[in-house]
Ligand binder design. Structure first.
Ligand SMILES: CC(C)(COP(=O)(O)OP(=O)(O)OC[C@H]1O[C@@H](n2cnc3c(N)ncnc32)[C@H](O)[C@@H]1O)[C@@H](O)C(=O)NCCC(=O)NCCS
Ligand SMILES: Nc1ncnc2c1ncn2[C@@H]1O[C@H](COP(=O)(O)OP(=O)(O)OP(=O)(O)O)[C@@H](O)[C@H]1O
Length: 199
């Protein structure tokens, strides 16, 4: 089974590309979605987050206050490393479980949508890797708009990840999502055709 990695920078357009690939019928493993599942009430990762970060990042109903935790970790590198150390083992164990399921079901190709694929050392061994890139200016604008963040907060989130240019340099395929969605979809079609041809 071909494990195609899909990564990029925050707000570069991974979700746009992933939903297009899903529409084309390809199976997607979504690390952001898994990251939300593993911190549902009662899950061990949520208990560990409470122990390390305390009540201030929780809502009154016991659910995680994502806004509060995001504001804290994206302005504090050690806190982000602590959060990653708690969540990533659970995220990767679920990614591996889903990979096995797709393999057993006889899928030829699966898409691994993992924002931190390179930062975490490509633990799922995705190959080839598609990086979705965008100009720095457009990335900042889209992030500020989507998450309703100030310029400074958006810049902090961008800085919490490996520079996008470094990811582009490591990529097997690059999608430039600075233009229209249709332009992006055309690039994705060509890349998927090339991957299928070469395997
Ligand atoms: C800090 C949290 C609560 C903030 O939640 P919020 O709803 O504001 O953001 P959301 O989860 O939608 O993530 C948006 C984007 O932020 C970036 N991001 C998320 N976590 C991280 C991280 N640990 N390091 C760097 N960038 C990150 C990604 O590009 C992601 O697509 C949340 O992102 C989280 O629990 N992160 C830790 C889990 C993780 O590493 N997720 C990434 C999956 S590999
Ligand atoms: N080509 C495009 N034209 C206009 N808007 C776009 C385009 N691509 C993405 N967007 C918008 O930019 C924002 C970021 O895109 P998207 O959510 O796909 O990024 P992402 O890489 O998945 O982000 P994250 O890492 O934060 O999950 C969204 O609000 C999306 O609607």
């Amino acid at each position: 089974m071909i494990k195609v990695g899909l990564t990029g920078g925050i707000a570069s357009g991974k979700s746009l590309v992933a939903s297009y690939l899903a529409q084309k019928g390809l199976p997607i493993i979504d690390a952001d979605l898994i990251a939300r599942e593993i911190i549902k009430p009662g899950m061990p990762a949520l208990l560990a987050i409470k122990e390390v970060f305390g009540h201030s990042v929780f809502n009154a109903d016991g659910t995680l206050n994502r806004k509060a935790l995001g504001e804290f970790v994206f302005s504090n590198a050690q806190a982000l490393a602590d959060l990653n150390a708690i969540t990533h083992p659970y995220i990767y164990s679920e990614i591996n479980r889903q990979l096995l399921q797709y393999q057993e079901a006889g899928n030829q190709l699966v898409i691994l949508d993992i924002p931190l694929l390179y930062e975490s050392g490509n633990l799922a061994q995705a190959q080839p890797v598609i990086v979705v890139t965008v100009s720095a200016e457009i990335q900042l604008e889209r992030l500020m708009q989507r998450n309703n963040l100030t310029r400074v907060a958006a810049q902090q989130r961008i800085k919490a990840q490996m520079p996008l240019a470094e990811k582009v340099a490591k990529a097997d395929f690059v999608v430039d999502n600075s233009g229209s969605m249709d332009e992006t979809y055309r690039q994705v079609d060509q890349i998927i055709d090339a991957i299928k041809r070469n395997n």
